[in-house]
Design a protein. Structure first.
Length: 289
């Protein structure tokens, strides 16, 4: 029982991490109807910024996390202003081809500048190790991930569902022309949303560096995981990807622990079963927009 609870805890932590990494893609794909396969590149950028600040410049870990978010968001703003906004009205195929090209360019650039070695971020001693609660091993770093990701999830839900900006974003996505006629600055709303999604990816990249490792091929290795989260959860809400992340995180950890020879295939099996049952995802719309 203790091993089951320990694996459950680790699976929840991994799922929360997947959600923070993938929710920016859920925002751009589900709310903006834009396929951004280069999402992992922004996560990698935030991770490397945090790694350089903490490992090489001696910054505290908790000071590097906000900088990871801000740096990825700034890069997102620049990319959105210069490149992405010209593709909003293009087909999904054009968006896929363009963003996958950006992935390969980012991989080559980071490999040239940072090298190909795997990087881990130095953690403060307070986050290392674990403690036992009724025999269940609770990792300090994974507990911190659950707390931070849980707060971010609640904040994101609040922003999208309860604020004026969330209403403007939904209006801008559903009918940009009508939204502009009502005085909503649609390009500005899209730019801010895109930057916020990139910032979340950068924060997720910084948080995941210690668990997943960081190298120039990070966007390629975890692209499929981001797409699985959004596909299984459905791209029309944030609740779907959140629950899908938890389900897939628990399934992945449990599969690798109990059936290590088949562990890597468990997450794909879960995806196939769910999509056969609900082709549009857990919370997907019954018809594509």
């Amino acid at each position: 029982m203790t091993s089951i609870l320990t694996n459950l805890f680790d699976g929840v932590a991994y799922g929360m991490l997947l959600f923070v990494l993938a929710c920016g893609l859920a925002v751009t794909l589900g709310l903006m109807n834009f396929v951004n396969l280069a999402h992992g590149a922004f996560a990698m950028a935030g991770g490397y910024v945090c790694a350089v600040l903490v490992n090489q410049m001696g910054w505290p870990f908790f000071a590097g996390l906000p900088l990871a978010f801000i740096s990825a968001a700034v890069i997102g703003v620049l990319m959105e202003r210069l490149l992405y906004r010209h593709l909003y009205s293009r087909s999904h195929l054009d968006q896929v081809l363009f963003t996958i090209g950006l992935v390969f360019m980012s991989v080559a650039a980071v490999d040239y500048m940072m090298g190909s070695e795997r990087v881990f971020i130095n953690l403060p001693s307070a986050l290392e190790g674990q403690f036992d609660v009724f025999g269940v091993g609770i990792g300090r770093y994974r507990l911190m991930i659950i707390v931070i990701c849980g707060l971010l999830t609640a904040l994101l839900q609040l922003i999208l569902a309860r604020t004026r900006f969330g209403s403007r974003l939904r209006a801008a996505v559903d009918d940009p022309r009508a939204a502009s006629g009502l005085g909503i600055n649609v390009p500005q709303v899209f730019a801010f949303t895109f930057a916020f999604g990139c910032g979340l990816a950068g924060l997720g990249g910084a948080l995941s560096a210690e668990v997943l490792g960081l190298d120039p091929y990070f966007p390629l290795k975890f692209m499929i995981y981001f797409l699985i989260v959004v596909t299984v959860g459905g791209s029309s809400s944030i609740t779907g990807p959140f629950l899908a992340s938890l389900l897939l995180g628990i399934a992945d950890v449990a599969g690798k622990y109990y059936v290590p020879t088949m562990g890597p295939f468990v997450i794909y099996t879960v995806m196939i079963v769910i999509l056969i049952w609900r082709p549009n995802g857990l919370f997907g719309r019954s018809a594509a927009r």
